[in-house]
Design a protein around this ligand. Sequence first.
Ligand code: DPP
Ligand code: ZN
Length: 873
Amino acid sequence: GQPVRLSDYRVPDYLVDAVALDISLDRTATRVRSTLRLRPNPEGVAGAPLDLDGDELVATALRLDGAALDLALATPDRLTIAAPPAGPFVLEVETVIDPTANTKLMGLYRSGSAYCTQCEAEGFRRITYYLDRPDVLSVFTTRIEAERDDAPVLLGNGNPVEAGAVEGTGRHYAVWHDPHPKPSYLFAVVSGRLDALRGEFTTSEGRRVALAIWVEPGKVGQAGYALDALKRSMRWDEDAFGRAYDLDVFNVVAVSDFNMGAMENKGLNVFNDKYVLASPELATDADYAGIETVIAHEYFHNWTGNRITCRDWFQLSLKEGLTVFRDQEFSADQRSRPVKRIADVRVLRARQFAEDGGPMAHSVRPDSYSEINNFYTATIYEKGAEIIRMVRTLVGPDAFARGLQHYFDRFDGTAATVEDFLGCFAEASGRDLAPFFRWYVQAGTPRVTARTHHDAATRTLTLDLAQDTAPTPGQGEKLPFVVPLRFGLVLPDGAEQPVRTGEDDGLSDAELANDTIELATATRRIRFEDVEPGTIPSLLRDFSAPVRLVTDATDADLLTLMTHDTDAFNRWDAAQTVLSRLIIARVRDGGGDPEALRTVFAAVVRTGRHDPAFAAQVLALPSEGELAREIGRDVDPDAVHAAREAVRGAVGRMLAAEFRAVIAEGAAAGPYAPDAAGAGRRAFRNAALSLLAAGDPALGAAQARAQFDGADNMTDRVAALAVLSLIPGEAREAAFAAFYERHAAEPLVIDKWFALQASIPERSTVDRVRRLLGHPAFTLGVPNRVYALLGAFGANPTEFNRPDGAGYDLVADAVVTLDGRNPQVAARLLGAFRSWRLLEPGRRALAEAALKRIAAGPDLSADVREITSRSLG
Ligand code: DPP
Ligand code: ZN
């Protein structure tokens, strides 16, 4: 269809005061009766037609104020009433929908033996005709009816009101009432045969809330961590943000068929089961951390998203960026703050920087879209969170807290905009945030360059900063961003050099007080006074802005920062930069010897004894994708892979004795617990194992097989399998077979098995993946299977980007097949192509041809069409 533009926003012409839904569930013919109390919006166009959204709907009855209307007013995607009454009126609509036939997993569908819904962004219109836009808020009452045997559990939004049998039938019903006005995208119904793990929480306001985590029968034993994470989230939001829960029940349901991660429906969160189910034997430390984050994220939406929602979908980051910021802060408080920051920046660089540097680049507040489902992106989510972090840095923690409080007070119960949000911080801080607003409307990752010059005679250090942002599609010219650079000056022995600047080229008092340089112009010179020779600026501490920093620091400077910087993030980042330079030197001319790193990396391994999680992050080399972006053009992924593996091997041999000691010590670590300390120890030991194996595959394979056989938890078992997966031969195949044998009954574990095989950097992987597409455990019908096998393959740098194009063809074929069934999942898979323009000409041509082949297909969904045309555009 036509693109939707922000500039076309108009308030709705009608408001919905109340919605009463009566949903009679049936596997193939569910009847939905909707009663809408409507009235003209005094701010809208008087006498305008009433235009309700639909999507593949069939109307079976229509009544206006009790009088039947012609069914011809309704088409599958629209119900139009040309001249509705000038005052309040009641519209009754009956539709019949088929949940079993719903393979798009939007609207009402079947997952396993349950009925469930997904309405964000535009799924409610697949259930009934409605003003399906986020700025129409209404009070919903839902009656759900179903066969008691088929669906003993009936869940809706809000609080339960009544329940009972339907006389003379095998059916029963439940009525739910949600007193909080909400947009339709937050509507949900779940019904089926489900078991609950129950809990209770008393809010700071004294409200007793009944909690339940609903799972497939037999899986209650895997819901404990999710319930615990939920309680911790509820307490934390009260303590950190003063936000208490506002209903008597809070239900979380895990379903196996789900397009995204999870959904924050009011009082009834629906989750992809991979973000709920966990046990030490089946889930890794990373899975546990993911559950904690996503449970928190959806819960936090209750205030940032539900109580205050978005005026239109262009404001999506208003709720998503803010809620990611909140869940990141939560996880940082629950675990190690610096390690969490490093992990978040890794994700940002890997996904968001890639997006911002490619054909899909868009601003955090986009100004047009064809299919909103394509905009649930790393830019909206992760970069959106970075913007909020920068606001906090710029206005300071106190004004930030006041501004947020003001936002909650002022916009509660409304549908707000990004301008509304930022206005609260301008007011709280007295600061003009208009220049800062560019972060919302300009796409692209700014590059900040820093050049230093020390003058021994005057003991001054001159820092020359410059920023520039490459053009992105549709945005040729970029104005300077307001870039907060947290910084310090590090003396060669690691002490902090006190910061003093003079009259000319100095820092403001606020900048000095915050240890933050505000770079708001294209260039800026800063002169530091009374500086010891050899002092090294440590810039962008804690990654204070989502920019690419390029400095003139020498390798020796970086090793000093890596050893001494008081900022843990920059200690890690200095190591990443050194490693990245080394690998890229190898790609360019075969040079780059890690020997110079021996002392410093040996020291990192020693610090691993007291901060293993941090050491593990240092030992994880920059990814091949990051290296490719650093190289920037004409990338040969095979050369990048070979250079990175060579460096991994050299590090593994250089520190073999140290790594063997780490592995031996870790083996005696005691029974598994999914806490941060234990996870850190395992991450460190498994990083050591991976590097040891890179340096000595025979020894690595033996160690890995021993760990694989002896592990008492999934983290260690799958880490060992990952190491084995990189070493061709019988041992690898035997380990894969044993893993399958052991876990065949657990689809989420088999997903790990699919993903590891799809990630093998060998030419035979394409055939292996084609074979696995026919494996009985695989189906294109379940998004998790698709993401595990095909998503992982699309992220395999060498095999997706095979020089003969067979990798592109494999993913392109899958996209075409999937598009007819589930366009959202098909469009997500296309993300594999996001960096195709960085490649050397041969691969670039093949990737382009594959994209063109997809684009030429008949009956393309809006989802896939938008991504292919942007990618090719
Ligand atoms: N609104 C959802 C979330 O991000 C999207 N599935 O939590
Ligand atoms: Zn969200």
